[in-house]
Write a protein that binds this ligand. Structure first.
Ligand code: AGP
Length: 614
């Protein structure tokens, strides 16, 4: 979590840094700060709250510097406050640092520094780090770059850092271990970001620093990249950025979440592009082709992910077992990494992550690799840590997802996983050609059908108004739509702060039914295939206890129209593909309820888009 931006060049740094921070607010937004090099000193402006609060405060002062580092925070050590906001100064007042990550051995370093007379003004691990670098520099009487390197060899934890010395502000030193850091290359200027969005309008050339690397960044000079451990030089690999500015702006919508919900038909087409070839009756996924033998002979697939991405893995579990008849296990990254799971050489691990930076998923991948498994990554963010850490993979190509609540990334993940399940079924000889083709054709129709679901917007808004003050919600689904019940509940709780639970519908009678009374809205995901009749009975059980039923049904449904309080129709499709349609009304329902409750939909409290801490 936390976002970092830095600039060194001829322009005024402040507007670049502030714009960059606003684009990175999805990484944390409880406080922010900037340090500018001007008139031989460090101008430091920090404020609790959104970047705008810090910007307004800074603009009352001098912001003319042309070198600067900036930070937007998601608190780990110490509550959100002006003092705990980054950048942090060293005791000498010479060094200033921003940091994304967690220094695990900060307490022992802090004890050492205290015994040497250092004092601390915040509760953060970052202030310990900047002082430790100063301590090493004083002891070794060396340049900043060397002091950073030597200090980091004694640091345990995750970090992306930017630091400069007020007496040599033309050089920013950066380093990375576990948290992302990208360097943008301008003509006589350089940019640094937690991702490339802060500098998209200035340059399309970027270098992604790898774990264990550091660099000395000076405006008009070649980058000097080194290994932290050995000081060995590293040849830079320059990437051409594909993203454009438009894709990271709101485009007339009130919130990114709504824009991203509406982008789903296009996002799914982009996920298909060049891969789903219905006329030729084939799917082409180069990442799978490369490991075709492994996929053909795999004994088991383990999927690992967190949050919404974990829900897409649960959908995929049904599809892989149904189409490819291969056993699948779905694991939370956080649990998998800390167990001692049985992983065999013939297992394939599929890791799923929108951001490609989720710490628990990344750690699970490293563990699976060290156990000898082939790891296939499904990520949305190109060049992300997970994309680079996996043996092979597929990008979802959903475009940047800025809203903290994941929407288009989810449907794109389900789309990729559906294609993989189909392909695997084919490779393993589990399909008749006609069945395979029918699924390909129908998958190709899904974006159009999502457009039809989006037309239900007004109805969903009206239903939302009736239930916006509810304190609890229950979501029920069966089979491949049980994960959609989980996803609907997660969406509602994360952006509206209403308590919501997702359950397999049949489990209701084993406990949750006790919660049902006239105040309990129950969302039932009940398309007309799969376990429809069973769901009709579940609805009766809820109605018998006066619960309020909002049913997601297939167009033309009569039975649930009569027995439910509200129905939201989706177009007819094959059972395996229903999750791509049933999830859409649930996204809209949570969106409208959150807006009506006055919540900041894109930046829900306590959350961040990239969870780079464990
Ligand atoms: C989704 O709405 C959530 N904000 C969250 O659960 C998210 O899906 C999770 O943190 C995993 O993120 P990733 O896909 O970037 O790994």
């Amino acid at each position: 979590m936390c976002g970092i931006v830095a600039y060194v060049g001829d322009r005024k740094a402040f507007p670049i840094l502030v714009n960059g921070l606003k684009r990175l607010e999805y990484r944390g937004y409880d406080s922010s700060g900037v340090a500018l090099a001007q008139n031989g000193s460090i101008a430091l402006y920090k404020k609790q709250g959104m970047v705008k609060a810090m910007e307004d405060h800074a603009l009352l002062n001098d912001t003319s510097g042309t070198t600067g580092i900036a930070h937007t925070r998601w608190a780990t050590h110490g509550q959100p406050s002006d003092e705990n906001a980054h950048p942090h100064l060293s005791n000498s007042g010479n060094l200033v640092l921003v940091h994304n990550g967690i220094i695990e051995n900060y307490q022992s370093l802090k004890d050492l520094l205290k015994s040497e007379g250092f004092v601390f003004h915040s509760e953060t691990d970052t202030e310990v780090l900047v002082n430790f670098i100063q301590y090493v520099q004083d002891k070794e009487q060396c340049k900043l770059r060397k002091a950073v390197r030597l200090a980091l060899t004694q640091v345990v934890g995750a970090y992306a850092i930017c630091i400069y010395d007020k007496d040599k502000p033309e050089e920013i030193v950066v380093a990375k271990m576990g948290s992302p850091l990208v360097i943008g290359l301008g003509k006589d200027e350089k940019f640094i970001g937690s991702d490339a969005t802060p500098f998209l309008e200035y340059t399309k050339e970027a270098i992604y620093l790898e774990d264990g690397e550091m660099a000395s960044i000076i405006a008009g000079e070649e980058l000097d990249i080194r290994l932290i451990k050995t000081d060995g030089t590293v040849a830079p690999v320059i990437h051409k950025l594909q993203m454009d500015l438009e894709s990271i702006e709101k485009g007339g919508y009130d919130y990114f979440m709504m824009k991203e919900i509406y982008e789903q038909p296009r996002a799914i087409y982009d996920t298909f592009r060049g891969r789903l070839l219905p006329e030729q009756g084939m799917i082409k996924m180069s990442g799978m082709e490369e490991y075709a033998d492994k996929f053909r002979n795999a004994d088991r697939i383990i999927m690992t992910a967190c949050g919404t991405s974990w829900h897409s893995a649960l959908v995929a579990e049904y599809l892989f077992e149904e189409f490819a008849r291969i056993p699948v296990e779905v694991e939370y990254g956080s649990e998998f990494r800390y167990r001692n799971p049985v992983i065999r050489k013939n297992d394939i691990v599929i890791a799923i992550s929108q951001s490609g930076e989720t710490a628990d998923t990344l750690a699970a991948i490293k563990m699976a690799k060290s156990a000898g498994a082939m790891v296939f990554g499904i990520c949305n963010v190109a060049g992300s840590s997970i994309a680079r850490e996996t043996h092979a993979g597929a990008y979802t190509h959903a475009g940047p997802e800025i809203g903290v609540a994941s929407t288009k990334a989810f449907t794109s993940q389900v789309t990729i996983l559906t294609m993989m399940a189909l392909e695997l079924g084919k490779i393993r000889g589990e399909f008749s050609t006609s069945e395979y083709r029918a699924l390909l054709n129908e998958l190709n129709n899904i974006p159009k059908k999502i457009e039809k679901v989006l037309e239900k917007k007004e109805l969903i808004e009206q239903i939302s108004a009736l239930y916006k003050d509810a304190t609890n919600f229950l979501y029920l689904g069966r089979g491949v739509n049980f994960p959609i019940a989980l996803e609907g509940a997660l969406k509602l709780k994360e952006i509206s702060y209403i308590h919501a639970e997702g359950y397999p519908a049949a489990e209701m009678k084993h406990g949750p039914i006790a919660l049902i009374d006239e105040n309990m809205p129950v969302v039932v995901v009940a398309p007309n295939n799969g376990h429809y009749e069973k769901l009709v009975s579940n609805v009766q059980e809820v109605k018998a206890r006066e619960g309020k039923v909002i049913a997601i049904v297939t167009e033309g449904d009569k039975e649930l129209l009569d027995s439910s309080d509200h129905v939201i129709e989706i177009p007819e499709t094959l059972e395996a593909l229903t999750p791509l349609l049933t999830v859409i009304p649930l996204q809209l329902l949570s969106y409208y309820i959150a807006v009506m409750r006055g919540c900041d939909v894109d930046r829900p409290r306590n959350l961040a888009k990239s969870v780079t801490v464990e």
